[in-house]
Design a protein around this ligand. Structure first.
Ligand SMILES: O=C(O)CCC(=O)C(=O)O
Length: 270
């Protein structure tokens, strides 16, 4: 891969009509970084199970857990991780900075992070556009970074994307209709997804994608875990209306707006 050329073309690759809407960077981090991330997050899961206050991390249970040997076996996702030292270190990596600058610009906030365990038996997340969850002003640019922590295969529930769908508006999403669906899962049902493509990744591979890109993941029918770490970024100054609860506007509990880059330099107050 001609890395500099790919970076230079990234805004067009992610957002132009007729472009794919995503870019994969094979071997972006060492597999050892993926392993260290998994260990850090597993420690949160185990602390939470002991009753330790792990905030601001937010632990979400897995509704399809098959067994529980360790606390992390029954967790779907852990949100609000990006202020932890290991993730600050990741965000300070010059290659991450140049990728985010190329995707969004020089003034950027990180507003969402989640570790997805996707344990054996866990269901996939149905077809959706991340921007459905991000009713911000402005709506774009918003970009996600999806880092493979384990291998992602057809069997263990890799991502599938619909290339080019980033140039469509935000579609209607309906609640995931499966019995005992995971909290917050919604689905686009009225769209032809026949041009979709599976993203088979190795630990340390990174996928960058536009928040309008339609994607899903399938069920994990393997015996192992398919884990990933995901971050989302928006331009500094983006307004988040939060969520409406009993007539009141409240901050979205999974979002945590953290200034990240100002004039292209790291400006984190963790
Ligand atoms: O990794 C997955 O299983 C689903 C992730 C996803 O769809 C997302 O981060 O928007």
């Amino acid at each position: 891969m001609d890395y500099d050329a790919v970076l230079a073309a990234l805004p067009q690759t992610l957002r132009d009509a007729g472009a794919p809407g995503f870019q994969v960077f094979p071997g972006f981090t060492e597999a050892s970084v993926a392993k260290a991330i998994r260990e850090d997050v597993t420690a949160i899961a185990r602390d939470a199970a002991k009753g330790v206050d792990v905030s601001p991390a937010l632990v979400v249970p897995e509704n399809q857990a098959l067994f529980e040997i360790n606390p992390e076996d029954v967790i779907s996702k852990i949100f609000r991780l990006h202020r932890r030292p290991i993730f600050i270190e990741f965000l300070k990596d010059p290659r991450v900075i140049e990728l985010v600058v190329a995707s969004i610009g020089e003034d950027v906030d990180c507003f969402l992070s989640q570790f997805i365990f996707k344990n054996s038996g866990a269901r996939g997340q149905p077809w959706h556009q991340d921007s459905y969850y991000f009713p911000f002003e402005p709506l774009r640019p918003i970009v996600g970074l999806w880092l493979a922590i384990t291998e992602a295969t057809l069997e263990n529930g890799c991502l599938h994307i619909l290339p080019g769908s980033q140039s469509e508006g935000i579609k209607e999403h309906v609640p995931d209709r499966r019995i005992n669906a995971n909290n917050g899962y919604v689905e686009i049902i009225d769209h032809d997804m026949s041009g979709s493509q599976a993203c088979l990744l190795q630990p340390g591979d990174l996928m960058v994608f536009d928040s309008h890109l339609m994607h899903r993941s399938t069920d994990n029918v393997s015996a192992g875990v398919r884990a990933a770490m995901v971050w989302h970024f928006a331009r500094a100054g983006t307004e988040d209306p939060g969520v409406l609860r009993q007539g009141k506007r409240l901050p979205n509990p999974v979002n945590d707006w953290m200034p990240y880059l100002r004039a292209g330099r790291v400006n984190i107050v963790a």
